[in-house]
Design a protein around this ligand. Structure first.
Ligand code: HPA
Length: 248
């Protein structure tokens, strides 16, 4: 079964025919909300809003372990994460959808592994390529079939938040090789890998990163919403297309 983790701007899937909602308890506490099960295009899907259904949980307080554990416990094998980002690379302008292929993790103080007292069977994971190649290819094909432009590849910098970055921090991220910046990509991707889930992310560029382009004088938060809404309509098309292709 496919799991979709929705980020800011995607707290529900309007095209999901909901069959049930389920509160899942995990050894790591409660996920961000009840899991919503349903079908899209006749295929079973489970949806979780990363920040809670009322968007009340900030990036550094999301219980990433509980979220990934719950999806795994409910038999999700594939996970598509939808994540808003600021664009650093010049072509990643607001409204762009991108399929990152690398991550640099700048987060700290987050529970980032299942390898602790509760569950000791995993110690090290290979994370050379943090996203599932198979899942990325499926998303790429789905977007192409739906006629939705999707930039293939890019390095996602995961910052701690909840504040946005300084212009100097963005310059540093760029020197490090980052193309886009968001706050929720880690430890989510690593936890998914620990449990053997096939995980990829669709990054939605909702603003120029701090100090860049129209954010030269500052990031105008009030403009993010409109960009995000328009872009999420295209994300939904990609997800529909993914499920139709999976059904073939
Ligand atoms: N920085 C970090 N996270 C983000 C941004 C940003 O500019 N935009 C959306 N999420």
């Amino acid at each position: 079964m496919l799991a979709i983790i929705g980020g800011s701007g995607l707290t529900q899937l309007s095209n999901l025919n909901i069959t049930r909602r389920q509160v899942v308890r995990t050894p790591y506490g409660e996920p961000s909300g009840a899991l919503t099960f349903g079908t899209i295009e006749g295929r079973e899907v489970v949806f979780l809003a990363r920040h809670g259904y009322g968007h009340t949980i900030p990036p550094h307080e999301v219980n990433y372990r509980a979220n990934i554990w719950a999806l795994h416990a409910e038999n999700a094998l594939d996970v598509v994460s939808i994540a808003s980002v600021g664009g650093i690379r010049a072509d990643l302008v607001p409204g762009t959808l991108a399929l990152p292929d690398q991550i640099i993790d700048y987060t700290h103080g987050r529970d980032q592994t299942f390898s602790d007292q509760t569950y000791r069977s995993v110690t090290h994971i290979d994370f050379t390529y943090p996203y599932s190649d198979a899942m990325r290819k499926r998303l790429h094909r789905a977007a192409a079939t739906a006629g939705v432009p999707l930039v293939d590849g890019g390095t996602y910098a995961a910052t701690q938040g909840p504040r946005l970055e300084t212009a100097a921090e963005i310059n540093r991220l760029e020197r490090d090789g980052a193309d886009m910046v968001g706050m929720t990509g880690m430890p989510e991707a690593a936890l998914a890998r620990e449990l053997g889930l096939s995980y990829a992310a669709v990054a939605v560029v909702v603003n120029y990163a701090a100090g860049r382009g129209a954010s030269a004088a500052g990031v105008r938060l009030e403009e993010i919403n409109a960009v995000s809404q328009a872009a999420m309509a295209r994300v939904r098309k990609v997800l529909d297309s993914l499920l139709i292709l999976d059904a073939d």
